[in-house]
Write a protein that binds this ligand. Structure first.
Ligand code: FE
Ligand code: FE
Ligand code: ZN
Length: 276
């Protein structure tokens, strides 16, 4: 059994998201901690956060997978952008403690020409500065498609960062099916092998959540364009194997497919039916 849900708008608060998840047929969800393009976050309503936690317990929800803003680049070549990103990161982790024991996923960042090593050093530095705030939260690095100068295009790049972070027990990985596919991993013919490789390089105990997406592009395209399940190059047969893989049961699966609410309700129902 897996948990399934999609990205929900946080504009009406925590409890509204829990109810919306239920309305769409889901039992987990993702949300942006602030405007996905960055900027100021809303004040936290503690009571609202507590109500959501109770609601999730009453309704057997899986762990939530909050998402950092896309613009949060911890390894920019510009110091002011790195500083802005780190401040946002620290503030987000403080906010996450109002919904304890959930996941906070972020894109490691783009090194913008400085090289993977230098970029990774900045990410490690930022994690060392921010992770003390993650008291109950597990911070997830997302597997990336390798578009432009994105760091995290391979399991090795993620592990390089993880093993150099002091509080690495607070780190995990979010496995994005579109991104790993675009990064070149053969989910179609060798899903077991890909997960074995993940285990060998990072360790499967770090694999905490899945972003469940089809891809508009061929394997290895390094493009990162998501498609609806079954309407892309990964295909429904492979995604069905992902959904039912014994090593992935019990984890939150988050849809990031191009859909409106009705489309998500349909996809969530489809995934639940496929999860045998
Ligand atoms: Fe993401
Ligand atoms: Fe993703
Ligand atoms: Zn993506």
């Amino acid at each position: 059994m897996i948990y399934i849900g999609n990205h929900l708008s946080a504009s009406k608060g925590y409890m509204a998201m829990g109810k919306m998840a239920t309305k769409l047929g889901g039992n987990t969800f993702a949300f942006f901690t602030r405007n996905p393009r960055g900027g100021k976050a809303k004040d936290i309503d503690e009571k609202d956060a507590e109500s959501l936690m109770q609601y999730m317990a009453d309704n057997n929800f899986g762990t939530l997978v909050a998402h950092a803003p896309y613009t949060m680049n911890l390894c920019s070549d510009k110091e002011n952008i790195r500083k802005f990103a780190l401040d946002m990161f620290i503030d987000d982790l403080k906010r996450m403690e109002y919904t304890p024991n959930q996941y906070y996923n972020f894109h490691p960042g783009s090194h913008v020409g400085q090289g993977v090593e230098k970029g990774s050093a900045f990410i490690i530095e930022a994690l060392n500065a921010a992770l003390p705030e993650a008291k109950t939260t597990t911070v997830l690095l997302e597997t990336m498609a390798g578009k432009g100068s994105e760091i995290g295009r391979s399991f090795e790049e993620l592990q390089y960062i993880i093993e150099r972070v002091e509080l690495s027990d607070r780190l995990g990985v979010c496995f994005d099916t579109c991104h790993t596919w675009d990064g070149g991993y053969d989910l179609e013919n060798n899903l077991d092998g890909v997960l074995e490789e993940f285990d060998k390089i990072i360790g499967l105990e770090r694999l905490k959540a899945i972003h469940l997406n089809d891809s508009m592009n061929d394997r290895g395209a390094h493009k990162d364009r998501h498609a609806k399940l079954g309407e892309g190059h990964i295909g429904i047969d492979t995604l069905t194997k992902v959904i039912n893989h014994p090593l992935l049961q019990g984890k939150p699966f988050i849809l990031e497919t191009p859909n409106d609410d009705a489309g998500y309700a349909k996809e969530i129902a489809m995934v639940k039916k496929l999860n045998i």
